[in-house]
Design a protein. Structure first.
Length: 303
């Protein structure tokens, strides 16, 4: 048994020595140089995806301030401990009846207690949020697929021991950024109830992920009084409409003409020709398909 442990230790030390040597060789340096453009493109896409995740800040909310709950009950109840560790971006401390109603009618109480006005302006902001979050989720998947494709294409040029035991480190040494596949960027609204003595506690979390945002946009549209749309009604920026616009435009960027036939893992986004910030609506005539590069360079300009 001791001999096996010694051999394992020696093998590990030998591998680490080989690893250090390999990353200093001309062979690795040439391979790294050949991947330079792939690294730049992948990292740019990764940064773009991260910027899409941060668009929630554009949806205005009231800052209710911060406060600290202290357990002043005689017993150290687990409920209070668990409640204080829950992560949420927005928390509303409420009665047990409000908590129950929020569980039964989450969107109604979300609007009521978190100052989300049932207006066309608010609807447009959440449509834009849904559009960006959908692109971010799709982009993560496409980026992972592209990195897998790159790994396969260069596998024969990488020593088998590095490919088997140190591929993650190899990708980092080449320069690829780590892809964050988490979904913690989705906004979370929490209704929180704590009894007066701290004996009981409960919470209701409403997470606006892509599926919930689709439903929330539909909910808002049913109660919004449309003013900007001449017909009184209009198309909604949902996942279904995003897919329709891509199909209508033959999965081709309307600016540079790049399509998924040219670049298999190309992230295509739906762009408002007249931006929402300048009065544009989520209508088919005001929507176009752009690749992520063209959409990023456009910003809020009208072209």
């Amino acid at each position: 048994m001791e001999i096996i442990i010694i051999l394992l230790i020696l093998g590990f030390i030998g591998f680490k020595i080989y690893e250090i040597w390999y990353y200093r060789t001309d062979e690795f340096k040439k391979l790294k140089e050949s991947l330079k453009m792939y690294v730049i493109n992948s990292n740019d896409l990764n940064e773009h995806i991260e910027s899409l995740k941060n668009t929630f800040s554009s949806v205005e909310q009231i800052n209710y301030g911060t406060a600290e709950i202290k357990n002043q009950s005689r017993h150290n109840y687990k409920g209070m401990k668990n409640l204080n560790t829950k992560k949420s971006e927005f928390i509303y401390d409420c009665s047990s009846s409000v908590l129950k109603n929020a569980q039964n009618q989450p969107f109604k109480y979300l609007c009521k207690y978190f100052n989300i006005k049932t207006s066309e302006e608010s609807l447009q902001k959440f449509e834009n949020l849904l559009n960006n979050f959908s692109a971010a989720e799709e982009g993560k998947s496409l980026l992972v697929n592209e990195l897998k494709r790159i790994k396969v294409s260069i596998s024969k040029d990488i020593p088998i021991i590095i490919r088997t035991l140190s591929m993650k480190k190899f990708m980092k040494k080449v320069g690829f950024q780590t892809v964050d596949l988490s979904t913690v960027y989705f906004p979370v609204y929490t209704f929180r109830y704590v009894s007066s003595g701290g004996n009981k506690s409960a919470s209701c979390n409403i997470t606006l992920d892509v599926d919930n945002l689709n439903n929330f946009v539909e909910y808002l549209s049913n109660i919004v009084k449309f003013r900007k749309s001449a017909a009184g009604q209009r198309a909604l920026m949902t996942s279904k409409l995003r897919q329709f616009i891509k199909e209508r435009d033959s999965f081709t960027c309307q600016k540079c003409s790049l399509s998924i036939r040219d670049e298999r893992n190309l992230l295509l986004e739906i762009d408002h020709i007249i931006p929402i910030a300048k009065g544009g609506l989520s209508e088919e005539s005001n929507l176009q398909t752009l690749c992520w590069r063209c959409n990023r360079t456009k910003g809020s300009k009208i072209e």
